[in-house]
Write a protein that binds this ligand. Structure first.
Ligand SMILES: NC(=O)c1ccc[n+]([C@@H]2O[C@H](COP(=O)([O-])OP(=O)(O)OC[C@H]3O[C@@H](n4cnc5c(N)ncnc54)[C@H](O)[C@@H]3O)[C@@H](O)[C@H]2O)c1
Length: 367
């Protein structure tokens, strides 16, 4: 298989532990890490040791190596995604940019136009649709195993007290763009629509020391009637008890965990069809009765490779292979910028409902 030469910008939790984690496995039969751009000398030394690659301190140094590179992975700080990606596209590089791509739909359009003008491609690293739990859940729901889906609740809770840059508004950080972005992406995919749903939302700072939200709840009401709710809650010491998804359908209910999916359902042919009764209902002995549907329950369990943390390797592997297929064989782009434009419009609506106040400025010794 032809290997693509790549550069990674930023060798932190994402660049090293997610992209780098896949790129250094035996499953990586498609990419050769030629350069890592990293301002921190210790992180740069780690990149040299892991990949035996050359390291640079500023992404603009990549311009001299353009002809050697097939694409650049941009895993820099969130607020730098837009300016760096724009500059790379303008200099003729294909770019795989980490989420969040940028602040506004207009900025996404600017990147789309820049890529088109320079005849290059870019995509956004939303890998969560490649999770096994998500793939299997979506397949089962489409098969109708719990009837018509009316409500799906997703939560990513923990007891968290963050103090890093992901708590800072000037870095385009906060729970919505950092964590919730993955679930909003899954919700848009389950809804199979880039429409703007009716949104009710709440964001707040509960436990973090920064100025960006660490609590977020949003309810998305789609035009087909389905409702999706998502919560990222930093005060949940019992988070381990919670399913990732709980889905309510007309014929049953599904709970989705990292390692399994369970669902309980009834079959039409095994239960009587309820007949509307306008009068009070009574048992045979005349006592007041309650609606008894005589449901015959069935329960199924689907075992999964526990793969929530496999966003670090398995999902990355799948994402990189899909991106490779686009670059090398012209396959349809898996994560399209036009779709991310619709997602960022949703972010902006949630921000409009929950204006947050900038309290911090970037210190002069920070990139
Ligand atoms: N898709 C995912 O699952 C996922 C998970 C984690 C982080 N992310 C995203 O990845 C990005 C990076 O987050 P992180 O947690 O890895 O941060 P981090 O602080 O762990 O690492 C960032 C690294 O990039 C370096 N860096 C940043 N900008 C640079 C620049 N312009 N030039 C040279 N070096 C630079 C920093 O020195 C640091 O080592 C964020 O946008 C975050 O939202 C995505």
């Amino acid at each position: 298989m032809k290997k693509l030469n790549i550069a990674i910008i930023g060798f932190g939790r994402s660049g090293c532990d997610i992209h780098g984690a896949f790129l250094r496995t035996a499953d990586n039969d498609i990419c050769n890490v030629k350069y890592v751009v990293e301002a921190d000398p210790n992180r740069a030394a780690a990149a040299r040791e892991i990949f035996g690659c050359e390291t640079l301190t500023n992404y603009t140094e990549l311009f001299a190596h353009k002809d050697e590179l097939d694409f650049v992975t941009n895993a820099s700080y969130s607020d730098l995604h837009y300016p760096i990606t724009k500059d790379l596209l303008a200099h003729g590089f294909n770019v795989l940019c980490e989420k969040p791509l940028c602040k506004t739909p207009e900025m996404v359009q600017d990147l789309i136009d820049t890529a088109k003008a320079n005849n290059v491609l870019f995509t956004i690293f939303h890998q969560y649709k490649f999770n096994d739990y998500y793939i299997q859940m979506k397949r089962l729901l489409k098969e109708g195993v719990i009837g018509d889906v009316k409500l799906a609740r997703v939560s990513q809770n923990a007891f968290a007290r963050r103090y890093d840059w992901q708590t800072l508004l000037y870095r385009d950080a906060g729970t919505m763009r950092n964590n919730a972005a993955h679930y909003i992406e899954q919700i848009m995919d389950l809804a199979e629509s880039d429409e703007m749903p009716k949104i009710t939302s709440h964001m707040d700072i509960w436990n973090s020391v920064g100025d960006a939200e660490d609590y977020m709840f949003a309810r998305f009401h789609y035009s087909n009637g389905t409702i999706y709710e998502m919560e990222v809650n930093p005060s949940d010491a019992y988070a381990a008890d919670m399913p990732l998804y709980k889905v309510y359908g007309t014929k049953g209910t599904m709970k989705v965990y990292n390692a399994k999916i369970v669902y309980k359902y009834y079959l039409d042919e095994e239960v009587p069809t309820p007949v509307l009764d306008h009068k009070s209902i009574h048992n045979e002995n005349g006592t007041p009765a309650y609606c008894n549907n005589k449901l015959v329950w069935h329960e199924e369990e689907v075992a999964l490779d526990a793969d929530f943390w496999n966003v670090f390797t398995k999902c990355t592997n799948r994402f990189y292979h899909a991106w490779y297929e686009t670059l090398v064989n012209g396959a349809e782009l898996f994560m399209k910028p036009e779709h991310i434009k619709a997602q960022i419009a949703i972010f902006n609506e949630i921000e409009r409902q929950n204006p947050l106040i900038y309290k911090f400025e970037k210190p002069s010794d920070v990139i």
